[in-house]
Design a protein around this ligand. Structure first.
Ligand code: AQP
Length: 332
């Protein structure tokens, strides 16, 4: 079976709808057909300041949400990044292979450091994509299911894998991004020109999956649309309506054309009322399942411990081979 690997940050507490539709939903599907490794990336989280107690709680919360979304520990390997020390070990080697200019071109760093004030951004935030390179290469992943915003980091991963292989001999698999066109980028409900994001969205434009369902329904009903009245998918001219149709279609399983037909002659109000209901039907059991996992931290921790053990088996093998290729003297 081909292998997939992906990760999600534990920083925001609740996952948002962009995380789910852009990435986590695909993780659930891919565990059926692939050898799947998924992790909560706490090492990435500390590239921005974190409160220690909150980070710990949010790491469990992220794992609980992944299980609630449908990850099955019998079908995939679910673990916490800091439980597998090989990630930081390989990241150092990859740091030494990356050009300073090359790392400077990463747009996510440019955006995030601009938001923080360039002088205050940490070196960790700068090398964030290189840790991601190590995450992926350690598992020899063939595909990486992510949202569109991560495409550049997967390209960097391919470049560095090729560079290493060229210099030291064939070692790493070149991964491909796995990005579904329809849900590659979910947009902010208030500002449909920007992606839904925990740090760039206003609270009204961001759907947190763990919010009270009535809060979510309210956000859907106040989503920005346009002055036209026709319900039609047209991302360029009708970004707000198109975003709602994408969300509706993915959560309900109805095709976009089917929805356009269903709402022919009807107003935006009808579309929003129905979508609010679809969303409520999705988030209500999701919240309940998440709570069930949180109520049993021992089971949760033991799932993560088993996952880490399995992940380490693969990661240690790749790292040992990498150390040997680089020329490190083996410890006797
Ligand atoms: N709006 C989105 N549409 C589609 N996919 C998205 N992803 C994030 N936003 C969207 C995908 O979610 C996965 C996890 O991303 P992350 O760990 O970076 O999570 P995050 O930090 O919570 O994501 P945000 O909101 O984008 O945070 P910022 O911008 O503050 O860092 C990834 O596969 C990502 O592509």
């Amino acid at each position: 079976r081909p292998r997939v690997l992906s990760g999600i940050q534990p920083t925001a507490g609740s996952f948002h709808l962009g995380n789910y539709l852009g990435a986590v939903r695909q993780w659930v599907a891919l565990q059926e057909s692939h050898d799947a490794f998924y992790m909560v990336v706490d090492l990435h989280a500390i590239t921005l300041p974190q409160d220690p107690a909150e980070l710990r709680a949010n790491t469990r919360l992220a794992a609980a949400q992944l299980l609630a979304a449908g990850l099955d520990p019998d079908r995939c390997t679910l673990f916490v990044q800091s439980h597998v020390p090989e990630h930081t070990q390989l990241a150092w080697i990859m740091n030494c292979l990356t050009g300073f200019g090359e790392a400077s071109r990463m747009t996510q760093f440019k955006d995030k450091s601009a938001r923080q004030g360039a002088d205050r951004a940490s070196v960790g935030l700068f090398t964030y994509p290189i840790l991601q390179v190590a995450d992926i290469l350690l598992y020899q992943a063939n595909e990486v299911p992510v949202g569109e915003d991560q495409r550049q980091h997967i390209e960097l991963t391919r470049d560095l894998a090729e560079r290493f292989n060229g210099r030291f001999g064939q070692t790493f698999t070149l991964p491909k991004p796995y990005i579904l066109k329809e849900t590659a980028k979910i947009y902010d409900l208030q500002e449909p020109s920007i992606k839904m994001s925990k740090s760039a969205s206003t609270p009204k434009g961001l759907i947190n999956l763990l919010d009270e369902p009535r809060v979510t329904a309210k956000k859907v009903k106040s989503a920005v649309t346009d002055t036209d009245t026709v319900i039609r998918y047209d991302a360029e001219n009708k970004p707000g309506v198109s975003n709602l149709l994408t969300i509706y279609s993915t959560l309900s399983g109805a095709g976009i054309a089917e929805l356009e037909q269903k709402y022919e002659g009807k107003g935006y109000g009808a579309l929003k009322t129905d979508l609010a209901e679809v969303m409520t039907e999705f988030v209500t059991p999701f919240r309940e399942r998440t709570q069930q996992y949180l109520d049993d931290p021992e089971t949760l921790d033991s799932i993560l411990a088993k996952g880490a053990e399995k992940a380490r088996g693969v990661a240690a093998e790749t790292l040992a081979q990498t150390y040997e290729r680089v020329g490190f003297l083996p410890a006797k």
